[in-house]
Design a protein around this ligand. Structure first.
Ligand code: CA2
Length: 154
């Protein structure tokens, strides 16, 4: 594994309305807050020798800016695009330009929900996708990303 990878943090980006986690709609998204998920992620990442930059925004452009920042400042990304998952060509294009492992994550299983959630603009530019395990999806995504970084020859 390249030395560079482990000295850079992983980026965990969460999109619109995910700041409301734990406060509304617990039957769909669970009772764990985004801050608590951030702690779970940081703990798991630490067990892999990785540090974490966690960010959330309700604004598409912020997410695009952070993906661009991650190109040179991170070892890889975990992205929950929220509703932008299904709509954002800008996020797709930004992720396409990243030469790092990307893991798409969702708390719910979008395929078991409304049809408009069945298509993701992020999946084609992600290495893999983890859905449906609630807050644990993020922890599983850390394991997946750590494994990708570990096996990376870049
Ligand atoms: O399951 C996921 O992680 C989603 O990315 C969540 C998005 C949804 O649009 C995607 O289809 C699947 C919505 C996030 C909204 O989060 C809320 C949390 C609490 C209360 C209201 C919204």
């Amino acid at each position: 594994m390249a030395k560079k990878s482990k000295t850079l943090p992983i980026y965990v980006l969460s999109g619109p309305n995910l700041n409301l986690l734990g406060l509304r709609e617990p039957e769909i998204y669970g009772r764990t807050t985004l801050a608590e998920i951030g702690e779970m992620v940081a703990k798991r990442a630490k067990s892999h020798g990785l540090s974490v930059v966690s960010r959330q925004s309700n604004h598409e452009g912020d997410l695009v800016d952070w993906v661009q920042e991650a190109r040179t400042s991170s070892a890889g990304l975990i992205v929950n695009g929220g509703a932008y998952t299904h709509t954002s060509v800008a996020l797709h294009d930004a992720l396409r330009a990243v030469d790092l492992p990307v893991v798409e994550v969702h708390l719910s299983n979008p395929f078991a929900r409304e049809e408009f959630r069945h298509h993701s603009r992020i999946s084609p530019v992600a290495k893999g996708v983890i859905v449906g395990f609630g807050a644990q999806s993020y922890v599983l995504a850390v394991d997946a990303l750590a494994s990708l970084i570990e096996s990376s020859t870049v």
